[in-house]
Design a protein around this ligand. Structure first.
Ligand code: DX5
Ligand code: ZN
Length: 214
């Protein structure tokens, strides 16, 4: 299983220390949650912090934008060193255009679905995508409980990807721990995000290794 720890649960008073831990760990990417207080009921951090993370982190950056009008910030996200730019389906009436903008900027394009947004809505775009991010909690906060229906969505997405010849990988975000991570591996997920399970663990590097071995 690919693992993308979410920096949202790190100690923001000791970011350099926590990023150093990520650098030394089995993590494949680092997940950055950008919130605007409009699309989601919380505000996290923005480009100045991302630039600092870019300097310190030697893992590829997996950026999850929980903001309205993400198309306005494609070049800023690229300049912060993002490898993957994830935009939410729910805020992109011109999703095909945004996906092309992300790819033209040299990033991998990801589309994110909220828990109540059905997988079938991706049928006409999934072949263009590098990644689909399924939310297994309602976005906005770390430390929430995994929504089990996500397992059915992973299976459905696996089928859709096969039917359309898409090369997209399946990432899941929210409430992931060793138990839900194992269920996701069995359902066919390729990558998990983990915030609290990693950063609140007594041994965060071991928690990452546990997920990576699923
Ligand atoms: C939630 C964020 C998640 C969050 C996951 O809105 O998108 O990435 O940090 O945190 P945990 O793993 O604690 O649910
Ligand atoms: Zn996220």
């Amino acid at each position: 299983m690919l693992v993308s720890p979410s920096l949202l649960s790190a100690d923001f008073g000791n970011l350099a220390r926590d990023i150093d831990m990520i650098n030394r760990s089995d993590a494949h990417m680092l997940h950055l949650d950008i919130m605007d207080g409009v699309f989601v009921p919380n505000i996290s951090f923005g480009f100045p912090v991302m630039k600092y993370v870019q300097k310190l982190c030697n893992k590829p950056l997996d950026v999850h934008l929980m903001i309205v009008e993400p198309q306005k910030f494609v070049s800023e996200v690229r300049d912060c060193g993002a490898e993957i730019m994830n935009v939410h389906y729910e805020v992109c009436p011109h999703l095909n255009r945004v996906v092309q903008q992300i790819k033209n900027a040299g990033m991998r394009a990801g589309v994110t679905l909220n828990p109540a947004t059905p997988v079938c809505l991706l049928r006409d775009i999934v072949a263009e995508l590098d990644l689909v991010l399924l939310m297994s909690v309602n976005p906005g906060f770390g430390g929430q409980k995994f929504i089990p229906q996500t397992l059915n969505k992973v299976r459905e997405l696996r089928t859709l990807i096969a039917e359309t010849g898409s090369k997209a990988i399946i990432e899941v975000d929210g409430g992931v721990n060793a138990e839900t991570g194992a269920q996701l591996a069995e359902a066919g997920a390729d990558m998990v995000v983990a915030g609290n399970y990693v950063f609140k663990a007594s041994d965060p590097m071991a928690a990452i290794t546990t997920l990576a071995h699923l």
